[in-house]
Design a protein around this ligand. Structure first.
Ligand code: ADP
Ligand code: ZN
Ligand code: ZN
Length: 764
């Protein structure tokens, strides 16, 4: 039997409780439990307490019989904000470990993991510390929106005489379990009247139901029938299922090329967990959490799935949380924060696209959901499956060392071949016929023949990695810091290049380290110019652009819909266009500047570039027509470019891991980044220097065992009116690094006003 919430958490009978508060202090606070609340508080309960004369929500962590030494009195708990504990025992234990690992205040960790407090809860507390029941409050009734669920009857519609609108509605119903009135509204005018008319003819039935506003459940999905697994899938499924049956907790890396059928493996594993009576969590990158993806899971498991996303209302989130905790719903799907889903008796944790940087939370409680999934699986005795076509270097290294079991899906499930990739060397191939900087002759030709056969093209310009850096005009390599091997960033006003790790500086005029030339080039072409270039080159083509300026939220889907319907021939854009790769008509993917992201000042720049290009190269032309990919680059020999084009992950990993070892970056060393900010630059720099001194004092144990790099200005020195500085600690000795970091945490807790500082353990 596995522990579940209700059976292992006892009501606290002791006189005092320890409470974690969402304040930037790494300690717990003791409060007295009033008589009326004795036995009603549990570990994980959300309570209201007074702190610094303000009322704050906090979480009970445990009971205690006496006050801590040196404390003579304690304030009383003001009230219990939710009748049931927010966290299960397993979840609370895990979150305590996560707070320790990241050296972050537990109260802030718990707040980040918990659903938002229902609004007004603080004001509903009665004298005895319990909540006023919601029904007793005026004006709380929620108006529910109602709609119709329409389905076809057994009658043969072919025999009836139907109007055009009626016919359209019958077409919508064909092969579907039901259709909602909302969906019909997009097809015909006044669908209510049309449905009534069809009902009179005995062709449809409808029920009035409560409308589901949640976009992930708006449309009905018909059940799928599971395909026969391929041989490789069968091996992976069997290994995971065996582990589930043992129930001891274990970890797998599912390394499968794009289209190899990883999702089918997830579906089977979740199915097995459910059969064993255990719950599952699936984490996906933010951008991948779409109704289509969720639809694949609903098709297999029905609608008893909790999709945790930012669009949920407080009540929906609370419902989802309750259903999961009680075990009524066993599967949770979501982005990063679904890691904290209170799934009862958690048996399986899956992280799809585990290499994706969006799993890292980058402010407040900075955690990496993939690393924490491994940790939570340990605590819950669950199986953790990390899936990717391009695993992170850290994860693959773990698999090589035997810490994670490697499962491989080396070919596409449908038997289709990988797309052909052509590398265009921009140093040799100059501009195409229209003279646009990023439309070379070969790319121009490829777009021409793609359009000529009636297909569509996507041209992708990666701007995520954009930083003002310099490229050698002769050899194409990027100016790097000699100490840190990351790209230097140009500070135009100063005529200087600076390193954002160690603050090394050099003049722009110094010759290139690889070839000695001293002619540099800046590359800052935007998607707008690229769109114009394509329009001028192909005047009869419909060209659309998708980037942060042109699309937000639903706008992305609207543009992709135009691509889907064939209204758009060429789509130009940033990262977001990669969502369009699955569209059947798209047979050409052009990457305008494949090595652009190599210029990002980050030691992972090469890895990110490989991942991005391999994913792009793997996605093109998934339907019956073979896809083609054109990569334009100034560095055709760079391993990230060359090997992504060959879909060769193993060789890339072998090169990359060698470099990491040589320069001493993760996974061979660990990093801690200290972030400092203040309203004035001098204050930010000063506080960072203070912390650097603290770190240097405490690393004296073994000279140089912990490197202290900085103070250095953050890549965005000035952000929202505040100045940001960084300090980077680096060490191969994990214990020593933690030790030094603990001293820094203590120094930060003492205060650095007017500056503020926080820690980022394992920064990205
Ligand atoms: P991945 O997640 O690895 O990129 P998908 O799970 O999306 O791959 O699968 C790619 C395609 O292959 C999908 O259309 C899926 O339905 C199909 N597929 C998966 N497994 C099988 C199988 N065993 N037999 C036939 N088709 C499969
Ligand atoms: Zn050069
Ligand atoms: Zn440097």
């Amino acid at each position: 039997m596995h522990a579940s919430a209700s059976e292992s958490i006892e009501g606290i009978e002791s006189k005092f409780v320890e409470v974690a508060l969402p304040v930037p202090l790494r300690k717990l606070f003791t409060y007295e439990v009033p008589e009326s609340l004795r036995g009603a508080l549990h570990p994980g309960s959300r309570v209201a307490v007074t702190f610094n004369r303000r009322k704050l929500p906090g979480f009970v962590v445990g009971g205690r019989h006496a006050l801590p030494e040196g404390v003579s009195r304690a304030l009383r708990v003001a009230g219990l904000l939710e009748s049931e504990p927010v966290f299960t025992a397993e979840l609370l234990r895990f979150l305590e470990q996560a707070a320790k690992y990241y050296m972050h205040p537990l109260g802030e960790v718990l707040r980040a993991a918990a659903p938002a407090l229902p609004s007004g809860a603080m004001r509903r507390l009665r004298k005895d510390g319990f909540l006023e029941a919601e029904e007793n409050l005026p004006g709380q009734r929620v108006a529910h929106h109602r709609t119709w669920k329409v389905c076809a009857t057994e009658e043969d519609a072919g025999a009836a005489r139907l109007g055009a609108r009626q016919k359209r509605v019958m077409d919508c119903l064909a092969g579907r379990e039901f259709v909602l009135l909302e969906e019909l509204r997009a097809q015909v005018k006044d669908p209510r009247a049309v449905v009534r008319a069809l009902k009179a003819k005995g062709l449809v039935r409808f029920d009035e139901v409560e409308a589901v506003r949640d976009p992930f459940f708006r449309t009905a999905v018909s059940r799928d029938s599971p395909p026969q697994p391929t041989a490789a899938q069968a091996v992976a499924i069997a290994s995971i299922c065996e582990s589930l049956a043992v129930g001891e907790g274990s970890a797998f890396l599912l390394h499968g090329v794009t289209g190899s059928g990883k999702t089918e493996v997830y579906l089977r594993a979740i199915d097995e967990a459910r059969t064993l009576g255990r719950g599952a969590i699936l984490l996906v990158p933010e951008i991948a959490l779409t109704p289509q993806l969720v639809g694949r899971f609903r098709a297999r498991f029905g609608d008893d799935i909790a999709v945790l996303h930012s669009g949920l209302t407080a009540r929906q989130r609370d419902d989802a949380w309750q259903s999961l905790r009680k075990g009524r719903v066993q599967v949770a799907i979501g982005a990063r924060s679904a890691l904290f889903a209170p799934v009862a008796d958690l048996g399986l944790l899956i992280v799809d696209e585990e290499h994706d940087p969006s799993f890292k939370q980058d402010d407040g409680f900075r955690y990496h959901a993939r690393d924490m999934a491994l940790l939570r699986a340990q605590y819950a005795k669950a199986v953790c499956v990390l899936g990717s076509a391009t695993p992170s270097v850290e994860t693959y290294h773990r698999a090589n060392r035997g810490l994670i079991r490697l499962l491989s899906l080396p070919t596409r499930a449908t038997g289709a071949t990988m797309p052909e990739v052509e590398i265009v060397d921009l140093r040799r191939h100059r501009r195409g016929p229209t003279g646009h900087q990023l439309l070379s002759g070969p790319l121009h030709q490829a777009i021409g023949s793609c359009l000529g056969t009636g297909h569509q093209a996507i041209i992708f310009l990666n701007r995520r990695g954009f930083a003002p850096s310099l490229r050698c005009a002769a050899c194409g390599s990027i100016a790097e810091c000699p100490a840190c091997s990351v790209a230097l960033t140009e500070h135009r006003g100063q005529g200087a290049l600076r390193c954002h790790y160690c603050d090394f500086q050099r003049a722009v005029s110094i010759p290139c380290a690889s070839c000695g030339s001293s002619e540099y080039k800046r590359l800052g072409v935007g998607t707008e110019q690229l769109q114009k270039g394509v329009e001028e080159s192909f005047p009869s083509a419909a060209v659309a652009r998708l980037d942060r300026d042109t699309a937000s939220g639903d706008g992305v889907e609207a543009v992709l819909d135009r691509l889907r319907s064939g209204d758009v021939d060429v789509l130009v854009g940033t990262q977001m266009v990669t969502k369009g790769h699955d569209i059947a008509g798209v047979t050409l993917v052009g990457v305008a500047l494949a090595d652009q992201s190599l210029a990002f000042p980050d030691f992972r720049a090469s890895e990110r570039t490989f991942q991005l290009l391999a994913q792009v190269a793997g996605r093109a032309g998934r339907a019956d027509t073979a896809g083609k990919v054109v990569l334009q680059t100034y560095q055709p020999d760079h391993p990230a470019v060359r090997l992504a084009a060959k879909h060769d992950y193993e060789s890339f990993f072998a090169e990359e891991i060698r470099d990491r070892e040589e320069v001493g970056y993760p996974p061979f060393a660990r990093l801690v980044s200290v972030r400092v900010q203040a309203g004035a630059e001098a204050d930010a720099r000063g506080a960072t220097r203070t912390l650097a001194e603290t770190a240097r004092q405490h690393q004296a144990v073994r000279e140089g065992a912990v490197q202290v790099l900085g103070p250095a200005p953050a890549p965005l020195l000035r952000l929202r009116g505040r100045y940001h500085y960084r300090l980077l600690l680096k060490s191969e000795d994990r214990k020593l690094l933690r030790n030094v970091t603990a001293h820094l945490a203590a120094r930060i807790d003492q205060g650095l006003a007017p500056a503020q500082a926080s820690l980022d353990i394992d920064p990205l």
